[in-house]
Ligand binder design. Structure first.
Ligand code: FAD
Length: 476
């Protein structure tokens, strides 16, 4: 028998449900396939740094699979529609009996998978899809009324009960197989079709690729930082969160591996609130995936709270560009945007601060910000990004109340008290003292600065935004 493992957003050999299943029959030859889909990636605004990261991850994956006698074949298939025929042709050409893959939950991906299944079954090829991305599969957790949860706290309660009922299993990498006559492909360099804002050397050093690196980072985090997570997680200058999101986004690491590492740490050295808190962040990731399946409008540029469609967001290109470039005149916002632009990643506290600033202080459409993040983030993930944006814009399920608007200067004093983070990314403010750095143009500091004056008055801008929200008519 010949089985095909179709890799998509699960670029690892350990704890890969589809790969594990494809390898259950020790006599079967197993071939791996990955499609390079440049047009589709462009349509999905995939960041250049993310493309680079995925290509580097594929190189590592291919080497690991080769040691297991599983050749990784890489084919060009420009978009999801072309993949349907290309996959079917590949299967016929290579006499594949069964195709194995892990589900993706975004709407275009789901449509493609349905079409693939239909096409392959017509040709007599078996198709096996698996829930793998979430720790608890979407549609298995429903409210008493049989609906998808839209509020996090009851979802979390039900999630914790589910993992107690059924232990979370992490599969080992498959055993070495009988050899296969095909030769692995060389990973093509398609990066030139994307504009990557990171230098290759920086990207390679900051975000080395592959599942081994991801596991080392996970274990380092559990050993050194997880027990101070609650205390340290909100301070961007410390940089002590796990920074595993890029590895989770392309599946170099599974969420189950994270959960297992955290629970083992608790079992070995004692339970702690910090560990529980980190696990609750993993649950947020699952939650937004469940939301995407239960309420597919979030994949279609629609707000979760439909009444917020009445909001007349500003579509001011020039103001938007100042936000993108980190030139708003609000130091923490600018430092954060420059972190994104130069490293491909942004700290969670700052994602909330910058998203709230764009939507509540500038009253610019959250979809513009969502898109810009996708174009820049190495960890871009539709459900987490959309969830985070809709939370910040108060258009989402269980979102920040519209009247509770972050004051960027107060956030800065609270979460970057010495201005260490600001100094790193906004060097023109580095010489200011710890007080002035948060509000360099405030009246009491009368100095000439080569730094923009604040582009809005936070107090009046947020009061106007609150009024816009108050005038919304409810829609059932
Ligand atoms: P840790 O604090 O170590 O948390 C561990 C893991 O839990 C993360 O890697 C992530 O997978 C998950 N997690 C943590 N917080 C959240 C959250 N709020 N929602 C969902 N999952 C979470 N995350 C992405 O992975 N991709 C995105 O495109 C993305 N866009 C965002 C946009 C906005 C406006 C906001 C407010 C948040 C966004 N997040 C996104 C969520 C969060 O900011 C990142 O997951 C987190 O900063 C990644 O850093 P870390 O791995 O060090 O997280």
């Amino acid at each position: 028998a010949r089985h095909l493992i179709w890799f998509r957003a699960d670029l690892r050999t350990i704890d890969n449900t589809a790969l594990h299943s494809a390898c259950l029959d020790p006599q079967a030859e197993v071939i791996a396939l990955f499609f390079i889909s440049t047009e589709q990636w462009q349509q999905h605004q995939m960041a250049g740094c993310r493309v680079d990261f995925d290509l580097r991850t594929l190189t590592v994956l291919s080497q690991t699979l080769a040691t297991l006698n599983i050749p990784l074949i890489i084919c060009h298939s420009p978009h999801f529609n072309s993949q349907i025929d290309d996959l079917s042709d590949f299967c016929k050409q290579h006499h594949i009996e069964a195709v194995y893959y892990n589900f993706q939950y975004e709407i275009n991906e789901r449509k493609r998978d349905l079409a693939v299944k239909e096409k392959l079954s017509q040709a007599g090829i078996h198709c096996f899809g698996y829930h793998d991305q979430c720790i608890v599969a979407p549609s298995t957790l429903l409210t008493g009324e049989g609906k998808y949860y839209s509020v996090y706290t009851p979802f979390k309660k039900s999630w914790l009960q589910a993992v107690q009922r059924q232990a979370v299993v992490v599969y080992p990498a498959p055993q070495k197989r009988i050899s296969c006559p095909l030769t692995s492909s060389v990973v093509p360099n398609v990066l030139s079709e994307f504009s990557s804002h990171l230098s290759p050397a920086f990207a390679q050093q900051e975000w080395p690729a592959g599942e081994e690196v991801a596991l080392t980072r996970l274990h380092d985090f559990c050993r050194h930082h997880i027990r101070r997570y609650q205390q340290e997680r909100d301070f961007p200058a410390l940089n002590h969160t796990s920074r595993l999101s890029p590895y989770l986004a392309n599946g170099s690491l599974s969420l189950r591996q994270c959960y297992q590492a955290a629970t083992l740490e608790a079992a070995d050295y004692g339970a702690s609130k910090d560990i529980d808190h980190w696990i609750s962040e993993l649950i947020w990731r699952d939650f937004y995936k469940h939301i995407m399946v239960g309420f597919s409008r979030v994949c279609k540029h629609l707000p979760f709270r439909l009444e917020t469609r009445q909001l007349k967001w500003r579509h001011d290109e020039a103001d938007f560009q100042r936000w993108c470039d980190g030139k708003t005149g609000f130091p923490l916002v600018d430092a954060a945007m420059r972190q994104l632009n130069t490293t491909g990643w942004m700290h969670n506290r700052l994602r909330m601060v910058t998203a709230m600033f764009l939507t509540k202080d500038l009253f610019i459409d959250w979809r513009w910000g969502e898109r810009y993040f996708m174009e820049r983030l190495i960890d871009g993930d539709l459900s987490a990004n959309n969830g985070g944006w809709q939370w910040s814009a108060s258009t989402g399920n269980d979102a920040a109340p519209y009247f509770r608007i972050f004051n960027p200067a107060r956030q800065s004093e609270k979460f970057d008290p010495q201005g260490t983070f600001i100094r790193q990314f906004v060097p023109e403010l580095a010489h200011l003292d710890d007080k002035q750095i948060h509000e360099p143009h405030a009246k009491q500091f009368q100095v000439g600065l080569n730094y923009p004056t604040p582009m809005v008055n936070h107090k009046t801008a947020s009061a106007e935004t609150i009024q816009h929200f108050q005038s919304l008519k409810q829609i059932d």
